[in-house]
Design a protein around this ligand. Structure first.
Ligand code: GDP
Length: 490
């Protein structure tokens, strides 16, 4: 079967089971064909339907992407929409993605937008507003074309500021009773999926067939989201069949799509490989990644959080324990079982305190097993600055390094962590959110799935047109363990 075939494929399967297109030259994007060599072999098979659908998407993007005459015509139609119905049915349709929030959020919404584009034969275009700090972060993902929205192409400025009140939003159009029967369709529409989108009943109808009907013939759709909304696409009745074929294992959706789409630029890849070679590569038996994030809404002191990390790491046998009494192996005349074995621990965090303390612990004390533990942290940038290019490049490098781990410990509800373990294809040990500023019990849990959590699901029932609990509608979508309002694919 597929899973077995994937498991026995050689590690140097450079196209990741057909996931990647062979049509790129290697040097323009070194990470594309090489990142796989640094990660554990993915246990998740790529379905032939996913491969077919990616190749199909690539051919559409090549035909319709910026620089083509079809694209020029589509841009012209934005300026002077045809009044005639049949002319309105454009040969190429587009989905414009624009960045919002931190890099982890952006990578998850970009991936979600890509899946939506794949399902609806739209061309995904990446909008770079001034100062987005995203230049020279990612490689071009589609062969023979670009995904960058040419500056000035989209005549409506200020997409960043679109919100629930924007007139052209899907929610507002549906509220006005302007659905699929609008003829000719509007030249563009806005899909509002920011965290407040489910406050009224119309924006969430994006995840219903009638919402999709209203968008179907619209040439340009602009999307603003800070949510991993892939699970929502699994709720749309009309996508059900395609999605079950493309992702027979639903819980690997981000894992595959992310490895297809998100390739760090050569600049970022340089950071990744230099760090890896200098610190992580040499002879470690196991690589442990620990991602530490603390949120303002889940305050906990440094002491408490350090305690939580270590009680998770020791309790789950992720890191060796240190006995109270210094072990005296030489006196006993024998070697401990794991002598000479080394664990390399990569800590990523905005703060340096956690890795310092873990390092101190293993410097001051020997381990019961005789294993040695080396601890590394590439940066501690102190605070988030998501508009700065170098800051984002470092964050991306660290997500990549995290994805090379054999075992990952991540922080609850962090999209940064989701990207790291999602690309790795691992279920992480999740440091649960604190309870009244104290370490929760248990301090961490092995996640049920490798999938990211969709933090604000629609909570809308398309059939009854009333509020409903997204986590209770279908078997394969459940509430997240790390963020109870959210839902995830299992
Ligand atoms: P989330 O807030 O944890 O969901 O993740 P985001 O990636 O969306 O936003 C957090 C941002 O803070 C990141 O994109 C980085 O800019 C910064 N950041 C947070 N944790 C780290 C870290 O461990 N390393 C680095 N380099 N940056 C971090």
């Amino acid at each position: 079967d597929d899973a077995v075939a994937a498991a026995v494929e050689p590690r140097n399967d450079r196209l990741l089971g057909g996931l990647l297109s062979p049509d790129f030259d290697d040097s323009s994007c070194l990470s594309r064909y090489r990142a796989g060599l640094y990660r554990r072999q993915s246990p998740h098979a790529v379905s032939p339907h996913l491969v077919a659908s990616l190749r199909r998407y690539e051919s559409i993007h090549r035909r319709c992407g910026p620089g083509t005459s079809a694209h020029e015509r589509a841009v012209a139609r934005l300026g002077s929409p045809p009044s005639n119905t049949s002319d309105a049915d454009a040969e190429c349709r587009y989905l414009v993605w624009t960045p919002l929030e931190g890099l982890g959020n952006r990578m998850l919404t970009l991936t979600s937008a890509f899946l939506y584009a794949l399902l609806t034969d739209r061309v995904l275009l990446f909008h770079h507003p001034a100062g987005d700090g995203l230049r020279d972060l990612f490689c071009e993902p589609f062969p023979g074309s670009t995904w960058t929205l040419p500056e000035g192409d989209f005549p409506f400025s200020g997409m960043q500021g679109f919100n629930a009140r924007t007139r052209e939003s899907l929610g507002n159009a549906l509220r006005r009773g302007e659905g699929a029967d609008r003829d000719p369709p509007p030249p563009w529409m806005y899909v509002h999926l920011r965290h407040d989108y489910n406050r009224n009943g119309n924006d969430p109808r994006f995840f219903c067939d009638d919402g999709q009907d209203a968008l179907r013939r619209v040439g340009w759709v602009v999307l603003l989201s800070d949510n991993y909304f892939v699970p929502g696409l699994f709720l749309v009745p009309r996508f059900e069949r395609a999605l079950s074929r493309v992702f027979p294992r639903r819980d690997a959706a981000f894992h595959h799509l992310g490895r297809y789409l998100l390739h760090p630029s050569n600049t970022v890849w340089g950071m990744v490989t230099r760090y890896h070679t200098s610190y992580m590569a040499c002879g470690a038996a196991e690589r442990v990644g620990i991602q530490v994030r603390s949120f303002y809404w889940a305050r906990i002191s440094t002491d408490e959080l350090y305690g939580q990390i270590m009680s998770c790491a020791h309790g789950e046998n992720i890191l060796p324990r240190v006995p109270q009494q210094e072990p005296n192996f030489t006196a006993a005349g024998e070697q401990p079982a794991a002598a000479g074995r080394r664990k390399a621990v990569l800590v990523v965090s905005l703060h340096g305190a956690y890795s310092e303390r873990i390092k101190d612990l293993y410097y001051e004390h020997g381990t019961a097993s005789g294993e040695s533990v080396s601890v590394f942290q590439p940066t501690h940038l102190d605070r988030q600055r998501s508009g700065e290019q170098l800051h984002n490049q470092k964050a991306l490098a660290e997500m990549m390094l995290l994805s090379f781990s054999d075992v990952v410990v991540t922080s609850a509800a962090s999209t940064f962590g989701y990207v790291g373990h999602g690309l790795a294809g691992l279920r992480p040990w999740v440091l649960m959110s604190p309870l009244e500023k104290k370490v929760p019990d248990p301090p961490c849990r092995l996640a049920a799935t490798i999938e990211p959590c969709f933090h604000t699901p629609p909570n809308y029932d398309c059939r009854t047109r009333a509020k409903g609990d997204t986590g209770k509608m279908v078997r394969h979508i459940r509430h997240c363990e790390d963020f109870e309002n959210g839902v995830q694919l299992v």
